[in-house]
Design a protein around this ligand. Structure first.
Ligand SMILES: Nc1ncnc2c1ncn2[C@@H]1O[C@H](COP(=O)(O)OP(=O)(O)OP(=O)(O)O)[C@@H](O)[C@H]1O
Length: 633
């Protein structure tokens, strides 16, 4: 059985019975399952697509390939091709007809209605042009402006093109070179800004580089699986989404990716593991179960990524996470590479980071915990009893505004599971097709609800916070906080289900008396995202204390936004005390891609590296070499 047969087989036998097979959206409805003739004929060459520019070498960054000698163009391409691992997947590449296999992988039940072919190519890149970037840590690898500047390998580069990812997003520009250089990373970037690829690409590329053995399943008679990468995420749906994304990125490379999450039969997941696994995507609870049953060993883990790490703590997963990372057989920090990603990083997660990460780089793209200004935010003052009629008015008024001939999707967040069921029922009775998703529904119902919403069959999803994090659903044009969350970070993630990948979105919040503790944080957040704040909300904010949702409390006082707890030099023992006092960035790093002058004071970052970044508009300097870094260019 070929690898692609196996992957198709495993996808068919997925524990998610409503999704028998999968084809990544960008590849659907294309004659051969991929968009261009050039791809079909395999006419990419390393020099054309892979390795056009060499990066300045970074001291101390060589552990996992980042410090390998790098040539330019053809020379580097030849080196890559001669790599045994690369020969292996080139060989597979020749044997396997890409188009046929994409046809095999097609999702049939979507009926094409969830087809977002070409969507990535129309991403609004300009939307991120002036995003502020802050980096702390030592020996920071420089950012890139194109994917081809990074030595990700031919197979992955081809898949990036197939996905129509034309340029890296800002977080990808910075995070990918850092991760490819083998460095630990704590990265915070706004919702919908491409964090998934930012950790998937380096992991897949690293797995390919180190692939001298077959994927880690049982050795000898043991049925233990030995993945070399682990991606932890808080919810089942998010784990499934990351799994699908990663499969798309690893298509036809031979990298085996398996997902494990609760609420689905564990036996099927064991079978998937037995077929071999390089990258395991898992929720913490199910993973602990598998480890305790001696079906998964973490002894070979080289890459560990925690997506939405702060949410995992909120959900009470800290004991499981600590168990997985610190008390099992996982290699310690320094021997594995660890990455934490989220759009929000409250203080408690930074403390966890200091236990899990080694000599890490702290990256923030956009202000920590901020919402993107692609989302138009409105807040309506309303009594509890009037919420339903206000919701009805909103839904009626948007009914006419279709996207691509389809009705826009609306995500309505409520506080409780019972509230979700009740609102779903009430909306349905009133002629608004709605479906609910929450933690009391069995997994199959949750998946059906999500699928029906994604496809547009049921254009209103009533959800608890189970759907607030990470889910990437095209065409969500409006997020309504029917009940506001208690915590501002949850608000940020909820509204982040719209306004993704450079597209605009709308968010409406129903504010009632019990939300007064959130007023201050909400006003700060809205102002920062250049939103109009109603005067009544400002008044509430002035009269309320910091309250439960306070950003100041969450992010540690003083500065608005997050900062590196290790201090301005990222904890580096610089021996350069005098530099700490200097604000002139001498021998220090401050990275800002076109940081607006008005906000510059809130966004300093320094690290002692001996390099200097210029904060002059749209430019960097590395070791006196100018590198264009104008956000997206
Ligand atoms: N370089 C790129 N070019 C075009 N589209 C991209 C690129 N990177 C990511 N995307 C698309 O942007 C969307 C959002 O990406 P992703 O889900 O990774 O965001 P995120 O930052 O993880 O969001 P969240 O914080 O909500 O989890 C996805 O549809 C993804 O396919």
């Amino acid at each position: 059985m070929t690898w692609t047969d196996m992957i198709t087989e495993s996808t068919r036998k997925t524990t998610r019975p409503t999704r028998p097979s999968y084809v990544p959206p960008p590849f659907r409805n294309t004659p051969f399952g991929y968009p261009t003739e050039a791809m079909h004929t395999g006419s990419f060459s390393g020099s054309a697509y892979g390795f056009a520019r060499s990066s300045p070498s970074q001291p101390g960054s060589s552990r996992r390939g980042g410090g390998r000698s790098r040539g330019r163009g053809r020379g580097r391409s030849q080196r890559w091709s001669s790599h045994p691992a690369n020969q292996n997947f080139n060989y597979q590449h020749q044997l396997v007809d890409v188009g046929e296999n994409f046809d095999e992988l097609e999702i049939t039940e979507d009926g094409g209605s969830n087809n977002n072919t070409n969507e990535n190519s129309v991403i609004n890149f300009d939307a991120y042009e002036d995003i502020p970037v802050e980096i702390t840590g030592s020996n920071i690898p420089p950012p890139v402006n194109t994917f081809t500047e990074i030595d990700l390998g031919q197979g992955l580069n081809e898949n990036i093109m197939r996905c129509k990812y034309v340029k890296p997003t800002p977080v990808q520009k910075h995070a990918i070179p850092i991760a490819v250089a083998g460095r630990d990373l704590m990265a915070c970037a706004q919702t919908g800004s491409g964090k998934t690829a930012a950790f998937c690409f380096p992991i897949i590329s690293g797995v390919l580089r180190n692939r001298f053995h077959t994927a880690g399943s049982g050795r000898g008679r043991s049925r233990m699986a030995y993945p070399s990468a682990l991606i932890l995420s808080p919810t089942r749906e998010l784990s499934c989404q990351i799994h699908e994304e990663a499969q798309k990125f690893a298509y036809n490379t031979g990298v085996k990716i398996v997902v494990a999450y609760g609420g689905a039969p564990i036996v099927q997941q064991f079978r998937n593991l037995e077929k071999g696994v390089d990258i395991l995507v898992a929720t913490p609870g199910r993973l602990v179960d598998m480890i305790e049953r001696a079906r998964v060993s973490l002894g070979m883990i080289k890459y560990l990524a925690l997506d939405e790490a702060d949410r995992m703590l909120d959900m009470g997963f800290e004991p499981q996470i600590r168990k997985i990372v610190q008390q099992m057989d996982m290699p310690p920090p320094g021997e594995r590479q660890t990455m934490l990603f989220s759009a929000t990083f409250p203080l408690e997660i930074q403390r966890l980071a200091s236990d899990f990460l080694s000599n890490y780089i702290f990256l923030t793209v956009g202000r920590v915990g901020s919402s993107t200004d692609l989302i138009a935010q409105r807040v309506e003052l309303v009594q509890d009893m009037d919420k339903r009629s206000l919701l009805m008015d909103l839904l009626r008024s948007q009914k006419a505004n279709g996207i691509h001939g389809k009705r826009p999707l609306t995500l309505v967040f409520v506080e409780t599971k019972r509230g979700a069921d009740a609102l779903e029922h009430w909306l349905s009775m009133n002629g608004f097709p709605a479906i609910a998703i929450h933690g009391d529904k069995v997994q199959l119902e949750r998946e059906r609800a999500l699928k029906s919403f994604k496809s547009g069959a049921t254009p209103i999803l009533v959800a608890t916070d189970v759907a607030s994090r990470g889910l990437d659903i095209p065409h969500v044009s409006h997020v309504i906080n029917f009940d506001l969350p208690k915590d501002i970070d949850d608000y940020v993630h909820r509204i982040g289900r719209t306004g993704r990948a450079g597209k605009s979105g709308q968010a409406t919040a129903f504010f009632c008396d019990k939300n007064i503790p959130l007023a201050k944080a909400l006003v700060e957040l809205m102002k920062e995202a250049n939103q109009e704040v109603p005067s009544w909300l400002s008044q509430y904010a002035e009269h309320s204390s910091h309250g439960a949702g306070s950003r100041t409390k969450r992010y540690g006082g003083g500065r608005f936004g997050g900062y590196d707890l290790r201090g301005p030099y990222g904890g580096a023992d610089t021996g350069l005390d005098s530099y700490a006092a200097s604000s002139a960035y001498g021998n220090a790093v401050s990275a800002s891609t076109g940081y607006p002058a008005a906000t510059e004071d809130a966004g300093y970052s320094v690290a002692a590296t001996g390099e200097s970044y210029s904060t002059a508009s749209h430019g960097y300097e590395f070791d006196n070499k100018s590198v264009s870094a104008t956000g997206w260019d």
